[in-house]
Design a protein around this ligand. Sequence first.
Ligand code: SF4
Length: 322
Amino acid sequence: MTTQSTQSVPTGIVLNIQRYCSHDGPGIRTTVFLKGCSLRCKWCGNPESINQKPELGYDPKLCVGKNKCGLCMQPPFPQGAFYTMNGPDDTIHVNWDLAVQCSEETVALCPTKALYMYGTRMTVDKVLDEVEKDSSFYRSSGGGMTVSGGECMLQPEFTAALLDGAHKRGFNTAIETACNVPWRFIEQVLPHVDTMLHDHKLSIPERHKKWTGVDNTRILDNFKRAYETFPDIDFIARTPLIPGVNADEEHIRAVLAFIRPHKNVIDYELLPYHRFGLGKYEFLGRIYELNDYKSPSPELVQGLQAIIDEAFGRTKTTAAAS
Ligand code: SF4
């Protein structure tokens, strides 16, 4: 494998680069999470990925309070963005409308890292140099780089340049997408993709709109067009499985009816809903709406997985972890 410096100019807003991922495509992978999403799934476990711009996070558990610090109540922090209530309590509260004016440099002044920025602008080469660090694992496991989000195809030039650069360095490439973007974005990205993991969240357009904010007409059109236009890509369908939303046989069978005529859709994975990371809603000053929803039982997952295995001509039950 040779290392080449890509000449690509595009930069993108990167949320996080996660190493040693084993569920984002074949082998061991490094997953690059980009910021920005065009859906508003009510169950979203990564609310910090929705806004495309870098944004402030505040973890009150790390803050030492006004009496011991109070730095964020003074310039260069925006006036009124951080405040205490009247009385002896010196806990810092955030006015989120004013706090959006905080720059990355200002936020870095917080001595305990109670304030931090989700997302930073990066060049293609900087990302790929990070990805390159685990190239020996990719070679031994058949892995590579996955670009995820948010919705990675909302930054089509950057995503295409990342994937192209990864190919030039000899890495396998994958993306995770919901395809709720114009076809011209998809057309730009997919020539550089080996595996596309794509979400079938709900089958019925009205239910899709209720739970994600948009109906699935464009999404399904894009999936079908992608299957037909890019026959050499391995497509893997996925469903985040949420009891009371889509964890039912009707949805699983509807997805199977959609994907099975396309031989390049090589698998369908279930991602059982979990509640990890919901503390991030508090860090962003937002409210999580699905507090009463539970993870699916192992029996429910196994039953639905058996339907998928039968459709793919397998006998063994193998639900993917989320
Ligand atoms: S600068 Fe950070 S640690 Fe200091 S009061 Fe503000 S949030 Fe708390």
